[in-house]
Design a binder for this molecule. Structure first.
Ligand code: SF4
Length: 918
């Protein structure tokens, strides 16, 4: 079973209303069920199988295939069990002679126009039509009429369409329309010629398709299949391995279909949580990188020969590489201090690996200089929520979104960055009537589903949110009881908020005061309101302030601590939550236990058998700056690509060049690894056991599916080898053993074990082996006791447009690529869909610049210049332009500014001044 129940008589909401139980008899079995449910559903839930081709538990009922017909006593004709509700005293026969005869006829008719090429069909062994034809022994087809003869359509990069095998069940139409909300498919022509097609037979990419692959998932025959599996193996030959998507923070559950040590294709796995079977294009089709010939396979050591000018790498043994690392890092440690070394952990690696790397930094090297890319994405959420609530994680689960009546999304292009979370939001709007408010300087995809789009100026979020708070207070919509019992600092907050009247805020943000008032009323009056945000909020030099203003709104109205009412920092990387949980941060040990607390240091010191350094470490952004000043001498980097991911790229490169020693542990020779002295080949997610923690705090297990190429090793194994060479023996035999140790030191992970995680993971806090995990945080109190109001004054972006650089540049992600492109740029289909970096420019700005669509332009800031392809759009405000940072050949971070938020030390990726030249 896959996905969310849609609006059928079987969904939860309807079921709640239909509480009357009735009795009926199916195949001589007395059954009690809820009035209004279908005969099919009643039968299936009582273990009585009825064949069906078009019915899908989570899609609209179409009654198209007629295979599920049953005999109802007293009815004149057979009825479609999927579309017929049960009734009191009903007597049903699901397998009578009459029924079987009718089903055989249906199958015969379907097969009369179906190619008998099971020998070469990718779905053989997993095709529902084949299964029922076999079960009903339909081999002799009496109908010899016309047959369709469509050419097999292989034009899309990922989906092969063979309409000769299509039975027009309509599942693909329904899933695309109702779940993905993209309406790619429709029925064309009439009668025998009826065919599923895209509108006007357009290529899929021009028909609004986002290649999520849900249509492939629900197709009951071989009409729609993954193109890349063509000819690679029969269904039964694939080893099925449970894993978790390695891209974004949703953490979708997947099954890797493996043959000959290769991932051939991927299917969404429904474990009842998170994605419930659905995926986006990257999770479904973005796995070619694992089998890429560019993978690192052996350790590399830099070879420099000054006379000849040679500067490159040579292969080395593990022993030689580790010996060189130990010698050089020990030299630097002894010559300067352990704090001259910085360790970069990775949100792409597992919890166990992040735990070990921070332990390596603190114990083997003796420094708290450990950090990771959360510094570049949600550091402001970590600091802003940590300081005001005591916990920096999503307060509810994704399912909570379905209980909200108002969802406020600010600074997050969810449809492209967390596409499966977007499915939840779209469902909340379409099915439950939730009011959606989207605040974003760009008209992002979710705006199409929104009641209100707030198109505020870049970097004015804190003013906007202060303005909303002002209206809530002025209109008397505050939650007095909540403020009195569960918060502190309200009076001080009032003093600041007074001046943020709608009129004043309108001048700063460019948003009409009526819109500010309307949004404030909607949010405050909601029974349950959820705020979701992303890097549009956090990646500013005032990122922490922005998060403070969001927390202020939630505690002002009491919209927190209940199902459907909460705060959701939507995480970027697959395991950025886990890397933070595991203490890959400079000021906290695993479980956010403060390094400054002597008792905490003692607790860890006892288990680790070494003293923990007392001085808090440096953030990743500070370490780069100090390397540039030659104050840091060596970096050890696991899976981070700072050259492309950090702001002001030329500065970052200069910093790396000034280091005395750089170690990079990765799966590819990334742009950063090219500057390394030693490169260690690591295993990809598919080649390891471990856990990731997703955006809703769910710790989930991934199982090893294939062996690593050549000599590449799992990151935790590499850390153990290096640490041992440093004289501190990390003697683990498995990642499971590491998780056991984590449980002893991190209270919120104490009840987590691999056995318990097997099916649907567990949401922390999970403090004991019996604890079921925690869906909702802060129900009674906040970890720091009372929630803190924080007065915030609006501060404009560090760099604003001027005569020389008249545009403000926003950077961000697009659907088809991920982060620095290390993985997705190795996937041919994704490169076909998004081959080059574009710069989005408003139509009127393009006219002024004299640019046409697809023109190549130079985009320059004070720090550098890139070339990008113009994409003219009205979905962006005049004076604002947008590009991505996925393309090394158009590296957006050559332009961005390294101005930092003073608390979170996150760079201001979302605003810098640029000019555009043809
Ligand atoms: Fe992977 Fe995120 Fe897409 Fe899910 S939504 S498939 S986790 S990239």
């Amino acid at each position: 079973m896959y996905g969310f129940p849609l609006k059928t008589c079987e969904n939860d909401k309807e079921m709640e209303k239909l509480t009357k139980m009735i009795k009926l008899n199916i195949d001589n079995k007395e059954i009690e069920t809820v009035e209004g449910t279908s005969i099919l559903k009643a039968a299936l839930s009582n273990g009585i199988e009825i064949p069906t081709l078009c019915y899908h538990p989570y899609l609209q009922i179409t009654g198209a295939c007629r295979l599920c017909v049953v005999e109802v006593e007293g009815a004149r004709t057979l009825v479609a069990s999927c579309a017929t509700p049960v009734a009191e005293g009903m007597k049903v026969k699901t397998n009578s002679e009459r029924v079987v005869k009718a089903r055989k006829l249906v199958l015969e008719l379907l097969l009369s126009d179906h190619p008998f090429d099971c020998m070469v069909c990718e779905m053989a062994g997993n095709c529902s039509l084949e299964k029922y034809a076999y079960e009903y022994k339909v081999s002799d087809i009496r109908f010899k009429g016309d047959k369709h003869n469509y050419p097999v359509n292989l034009e899309s990069p990922f989906i092969a369409r063979d309409y000769n095998k299509c039975i027009v069940c309509g599942r693909c139409v329904s899933v695309c329309k109702d779940v993905q909300c993209n309406d790619v498919y429709c029925y064309s022509k009439r009668g025998f010629s009826t065919k599923i097609s895209t509108a006007f037979e357009r290529p899929m990419e021009k028909a609004n398709c986002v290649f999520c692959g849900q249509c492939v998932l629900v197709c009951p025959t071989g009409a729609l299949v993954e193109k890349q599996r063509n000819g690679k193996g029969r269904t039964w030959e694939f080893k099925k391995v449970s894993s978790v998507c390695p891209y974004c923070g949703v953490g979708c559950n997947i099954t890797l279909n493996v043959k000959n040590n290769k991932i051939v294709y991927v299917t969404g796995r429904d474990s009842g949580v998170v994605n419930k079977g659905w995926l986006c294009v990257k999770g479904k089709f973005g796995f070619e990188f694992v089998n890429s010939p560019d993978r690192l396979t052996k350790p590399l050591i830099r070879v420099k020969d000054k006379p000849s000018g040679l500067d490159g790498f040579r292969e080395a043994s593990w022993e030689e590489a580790i010996s060189l690392i130990t010698t050089k890092l020990n030299e630097i440690k002894n010559k300067y201090s352990p704090d001259a070394i910085g360790v970069f952990s990775s949100a792409k690696c597992s919890n166990e690996e992040n735990y070990l790397l921070q332990k390596f930094a603190r114990v083997s090297i003796g420094t708290n200089n450990v950090d990771h890319c959360a510094r570049l994405c949600h550091a402001s959420s970590v600091s802003g929520m940590g300081l005001t609530l005591g916990s920096a994680a999503m307060t509810d689960s994704l399912d909570g979104l379905l209980k909200s009546d108002v969802i406020f999304v600010i600074g997050e292009n969810v449809i492209e960055t967390q596409p499966v979370t977007a499915i939840y939001i779209k469902k909340a709007v379409k099915e439950n009537g939730a009011v959606l408010i989207v605040a974003d300087p760009r008209k992002v995809g979710l705006v199409d589903f929104a009641d209100t789009w707030i198109n505020h100026k870049v970097g004015t979020d804190s003013a906007l949110l202060n303005g909303i708070a002002n209206v809530i207070i002025e209109k008397g919509l505050i939650n007095e009881e909540f403020i009195k019992n569960r918060t502190e600092g309200y009076d001080e907050f009032l003093k600041t908020i007074k001046k943020y009247t709608p009129e004043y805020v309108s001048k700063i943000t460019g948003v009409a005061k009526e819109v500010i008032i309307e949004v404030a009323i909607k949010y405050a009056k909601a029974k349950n309101a959820f705020i979701c945000w992303g890097m549009g909020i956090t990646q500013h030099s005032c990122g922490t302030d922005n998060v403070f203003t969001l927390v202020n709104l939630a505690i002002l109205t009491g919209q927190i601590g209940r199902e459907g009412a909460g705060l959701a920092p939507l995480r970027g990387q697959n395991n950025v939550q886990g890397a933070c949980d595991m203490g890959a941060l400079p000021d906290v040990l695993p479980g956010y236990q403060k390094i400054s607390d002597a008792n905490i240091r003692e607790k860890f010191g006892k288990v680790w058998g070494k003293n923990i350094p007392e001085k808090p470490g440096l953030t990743a952004t500070e370490m780069i700056h100090l390397a540039h000043d030659k104050k840091m001498k060596a970096f050890y980097m696991m899976g981070e690509n700072v050259v492309l991911s950090d702001p002001n790229m030329n500065f970052t490169i200069e910093a790396l060049k000034k280091l005395e020693f750089l170690v990079v542990q990765d799966i590819f020779l990334s742009e950063t690894a090219e500057f390394a002295d030693v490169v260690l080949p690591a295993a990809s997610f598919a080649e390891k056991n471990g856990t990731f923690t997703n955006t809703e705090r769910r710790v989930q297990r991934l199982d090893k599916a294939i062996d690593s190429p050549c000599e590449a090793k799992e990151d935790w194994e590499i850390i153990c080898l290096v640490s041992k060479a440093f004289g501190y023996d990390m003697n683990y035999s498995s990642s499971e053993q590491i998780m056991s140790e984590i449980g002893t030191l991190v209270p919120s992970y104490a009840g987590i074990s691999y056995t318990r995680l097997a099916e649907k993971g567990l949401q922390w806090p999970c403090p004991s082996k019996e604890h079921p995990g925690t869906q909702i945080l802060h129900t009674e109190k906040f970890p720091i006791g009372k929630g803190k109001f924080t007065p915030v004054e609006y501060k404009p972006p560090y760099e604003e447009p001027n005569n020389e650089y008249p545009f403000i540049l926003i950077t961000g992600r697009i659907l088809y690529h991920y982060h620095t492109g290390t993985m997705t740029r190795k996937v041919e289909g994704l490169n076909i869909l998004a081959p080059v970096a574009t710069i989005e420019v408003h139509t009127k700005d393009a006219q002024k610049l004299g640019c046409k669509d697809k023109d190549i332009v130079k985009v320059s800031s004070k720090r550098g210049t890139i070339k990008a392809t113009v994409k003219i759009t009205d979905n962006i405000s005049q004076g604002t332009v947008f590009t991505t940072f996925h393309y090394k050949e158009s590296a957006a971070n050559l332009l961005t500014i390294d101005a930092l938020d003073p608390i979170a030390k996150i760079p201001e990726y979302k605003a810098c001044a640029v000019k555009i030249e043809k």
